[in-house]
Design a protein around this ligand. Structure first.
Ligand SMILES: NC(=O)c1ccc[n+]([C@@H]2O[C@H](COP(=O)([O-])OP(=O)(O)OC[C@H]3O[C@@H](n4cnc5c(N)ncnc54)[C@H](OP(=O)(O)O)[C@@H]3O)[C@@H](O)[C@H]2O)c1
Length: 231
């Protein structure tokens, strides 16, 4: 029996990559896991629920929060992992591409927090982990849209830490460096100078382990920020 046995977790972007690894790791610890992503097909059993959800869609996020609460109760853990990665020089980045990054990486976590934090506050307990990036605190060329969204989500995270301290709610930002997922397919880092080759990247399970570390601390411990990257 682990600290997470029977606890309810909601993980966004859980159809692949870091989110899928996190959902699997939490389920392996005995948590009841709700997986959200746009491409998931609705499915339910006693300990697992998959719900299609675009985290940028305010009405859908709100409906999903109501559904989870009605069917399973107030979640103990929310993992804001869903995200998109667009790499391009500043002058080649269109406004639509910028907006898409802000939508997936900042509006999504904001909407998830608006939907779930109030019910967790009422319950007097809960943990929210947001997956940021090394790009939430460090600048790289070609990263203007992505970094804007990730620096932004760090601002959201730090504000929530300050605002809810002492409430029983805990917030953690996990900021990974390069991790070998489909997010890199369009970039092809192995053929480009200055990028970490895929073989040297972290695995999705490495980031999932950091999320689990934060979520499995005792209730009196607040882990503000975990930064990790390839050795
Ligand atoms: N890979 C890295 O090197 C790296 C490094 C630092 C931080 N991160 C962060 O880690 C997180 C996960 O990335 P990943 O590398 O695992 O990427 P990935 O393999 O491309 O997975 C992204 C996940 O997000 C979901 N998603 C995207 N937009 C969504 C939306 N609007 N609504 C709901 N779900 C959405 C995708 O599912 P659907 O397509 O089914 O919706 C998918 O499950 C992201 O926040 C990313 O910024 C990644």
């Amino acid at each position: 029996m682990s600290a997470l046995t029977g606890r309810i977790a909601v993980v966004t972007g859980a159809s692949r990559g870091i989110g899928a690894a996190t959902a699997a790791l939490l389920a392996g610890q005995g948590a009841r896991v709700v997986r959200l992503a746009r491409t998931l097909v609705e499915r339910r059993d006693a300990d697992a629920m998959d719900l299609p959800c675009d985290v940028t869609d305010a009405a859908r996020v709100s409906a999903v929060a109501g559904l989870v609460r009605a069917e399973w109760g107030v979640p103990d853990m929310v993992v804001n992992n869903a995200g998109a990665f667009h790499l391009a020089p500043f002058e080649d980045t269109t406004l639509a591409e910028f907006d898409a990054q802000l939508d997936a990486n900042l509006r999504g976590p904001w909407l998830m927090a608006r939907a779930f934090v109030p019910m967790m506050r009422e319950a007097g307990r809960g943990a929210v982990v947001t997956v940021g990036s090394v790009a939430d605190h460090q600048a790289f060329p070609g990263n203007a849209a992505y970094a804007s969204s990730k620096f932004g989500v760090r601002g959201l995270h730090e504000t929530l830490v300050a605002e809810y301290r002492g409430s029983g709610l805990r917030f953690t930002l996990v900021s990974p460096g390069p991790t070998d997922t489909a997010a890199w397919d369009a970039v092809d880092p192995d053929s480009r100078e200055g990028f970490t080759p895929r073989a040297r990247m972290m695995r999705p399970e490495d980031v999932a382990a950091a999320v689990l570390f934060a979520l499995s601390r005792p209730a009196h411990v607040q882990v503000d920020w975990l930064r990790l990257g390839p050795a």
